[in-house]
Design a protein. Structure first.
Length: 234
């Protein structure tokens, strides 16, 4: 194995578009990759010193959109050009903008999913920035990107992630596994015999592997796409 000196190489990194208003109510956007989930309803972002940072002083409310294949070029653009240097920054993205439902911040409707957030805490604040923890107060999802179960469908969104090693963007691919529970959920729901365990068959009938799973643990088990799953209570 080759050794490397420490680098910011947690991979992949999200491509978050942070939307804010300035004091005149003009929308701005920046790109943030050093960010993630902090708690159940909270996110963390490592914020440098940007126009966005000035805007956040006004009320601490902002939006977070998840960049996609379609929005990639403009998402990169808002990450390399500051509104300080280009007053037409947002016009150049071509994005459609409306006000968020629950916070005073812009929603870029070209993105499938947007979090509405409010700053809760700032850590290590200095002239160069801070780490912010923000509460997610609402989540907006374009109906086109909902799965059959009514929840957001990440595959439909064609999300991109950031590669901090080669400074490039990578499009997320297909689902690599799914929970056995989802494949056999109908059967589990109708567990009329109230069995403790279930035999799960993986693969075609003639060569199927059988695993025995306690019913209460079935949510933990995963299978690859394409694998046939059947089950029978024991
Ligand atoms: C891929 C990428 C990731 C970035 N991640 C961050 C980040 O996590 N935190 C940050 O403060 N700036 C980050 N930046 C830089 C800001 O997006 C950039 O300075 C932006 O132009 C600021 O815009 P503004 O001054 O109009 O607010 C990133 C830029 C790119 C291209």
């Amino acid at each position: 194995m080759k050794s490397f000196a420490p680098k910011p190489w947690v991979v992949p990194q999200p491509v978050l578009i942070i939307g804010t208003y300035n004091k005149e109510g003009v929308a701005n956007a920046m790109n943030a990759a050093w960010a993630g989930q902090w708690d159940m309803k909270e996110i963390i972002i490592s914020m440098g010193n940007h126009v966005t940072t000035d805007n956040l002083k006004l009320g601490g409310e902002f939006t977070v959109a998840f960049a996609t294949k379609k929005t990639m070029v403009a998402s990169d653009f808002v990450g390399i050009v500051s509104a300080k240097n280009d007053p037409k920054k947002m016009e150049k993205t071509g994005w459609n903008i409306k006000k968020a439902n629950m916070v005073n911040a812009p929603v870029f409707t070209d993105f499938p999913m947007t979090l509405e957030c409010r700053i809760k805490e700032k850590y290590d604040e200095s002239e160069t920035g801070y780490y912010l923890v923000a509460e997610i107060v609402n989540i907006l999802v374009d109906e086109k990107y909902l799965a059959e179960d009514g929840n957001p469908d990440m595959e439909k969104m064609e999300l991109i992630v950031f590669d901090p090693i080669h400074h490039s963007y990578i499009q997320l691919g297909e689902k690599a596994s799914c929970r056995v529970r989802d494949k056999v959920s109908r059967v589990i729901r109708y567990n009329e015999s109230r069995s403790e365990s279930v035999h799960v068959f993986l693969g075609p009938v003639e060569e199927r592997a059988v695993i025995e799973i306690p019913c209460r643990d079935i949510a933990e088990h995963e299978v690859c796409p394409g694998v046939q799953v059947g089950c029978e209570f024991v």
